[in-house]
Design a binder for this molecule. Sequence first.
Ligand code: F0G
Length: 458
Amino acid sequence: MELPFAESYKIKMVETIRKSTRDEREKWIKEAWFNLFNLRSDQVFVDLLTDSGTGAMSDRQWSELMLGDESYAGASSYYKLKKAIRDITGFEYFLPTHQGRAAENVLFSALVKEGDIVPGNAHFDTTKGHIEFRKATAVDCTIDEAFDTTLDHPFKGNIDLEKLEAVLKSHPAEKIPMVIITVTCNTSGGQPLSMQNIREVSAMARKYGIRVIFDAARFAENAYFIKTREIAYADKSIREIVREMFSYGDGMTMSSKKDAIVNMGGFIGLRDEELFRQASIFNIMFEGYITYGGMSGRDMNALAQGLYEGTEFEYLETRIKQVALLGNLLHEAGVPVQIPFGGHAIFVDALRFLPHLPREQYVAQTLAVEFYIEGGVRGVEIGTLLADRDPVTRLDRFPKLELVRFALPRRVYTDNHIRYVAATVIRVYERRNTITKGFRIACEAPILRHFTVALEKL
Ligand code: F0G
């Protein structure tokens, strides 16, 4: 008999979570204006809202907290983090920030001007927000295969070289401050890019004199998929793959709350000293002095340790297999989920789940609310609410996909929780024909509306 797969860690500390009744949940979600962000965490049983900052730190990370150096300038924690970033990514220069969007804010303040064009693959919403806030335009060049949730393609995060070249050809280089490579693509399903595609994108950008910046939030999960799906990399270590991947870029913005397994933090990594100097000015203005920039010394220590742990194969295998467990349970029950499964999350295809509901009624949000009511499971809408309105016409932008994301916190839930989530979703699937009405917006913010939107049941 073959030995089954088992986690590469054991549990040293636990946190109690509580179940609730369906009546309680119906009341709470109404009080929350049908916006899952408005729920209190103790109203949720299994919280798969995000994998961002929700992971469990290891004993080694917790002990690093005690060693933190809180000096304002030149703290040893800064140098520890600088060394870890150089070891793992190869970037010589770095700026700490309080999270990923802060890294975007700082770097884009130095790079993006009104009227600029920023091609990339499935820019994350804060990335797009920071581009559009500067009156520039993000152009999504992801391959078309990414938008068919039923198609089994190993690298649905890939950039379509023809789409990219069309953008690079039709604008002068000074209007294109960078190409953004998002590893992995959150918005299109946690899908990776192949090393080959990254290499080709980088070569094309170089040909046109454009820099390449990685949105690296889930770079280690992308490296895992390269190792397990791209034959040439089967025998390389995750760290070797990561180093090669970043060698094709000029810099990175990082949300350390994902693949570096800390609860708060981010950074910018850069190769060019001059760009580092320019970005440093904005870092000091928005985040803090360049040797702490929005982070305390202890948090920089835990982050340095997290970068090493997050790039270990055994850890990544444990994580990504748990995500696949959820995916397989749903897929086998006939629930429409994106194939292949992403690195950090399972995406339920709401348009195939509730084909009878008009898109104007926010289909994925309707479904996310049903999952909460059914089992106290919190996912998140990746659909029309998230896509915001068109900045010019102010009309709803209907994205190609309407998804509910179940993002798995790192090292937090057991496989029994995963089975509970799957059963919750399957129960809703069995009664899907009874879900006949969605929502209309009662009140919304002008940008990044999904966080605060208030909804009314139709
Ligand atoms: N880039 C990607 C690909 C992301 O997924 C996120 C955050 C960010 C940048 C911004 O980083 O949150 O540290 O400011 N994604 C979270 C999520 C919010 O739930 O997927 P941040």
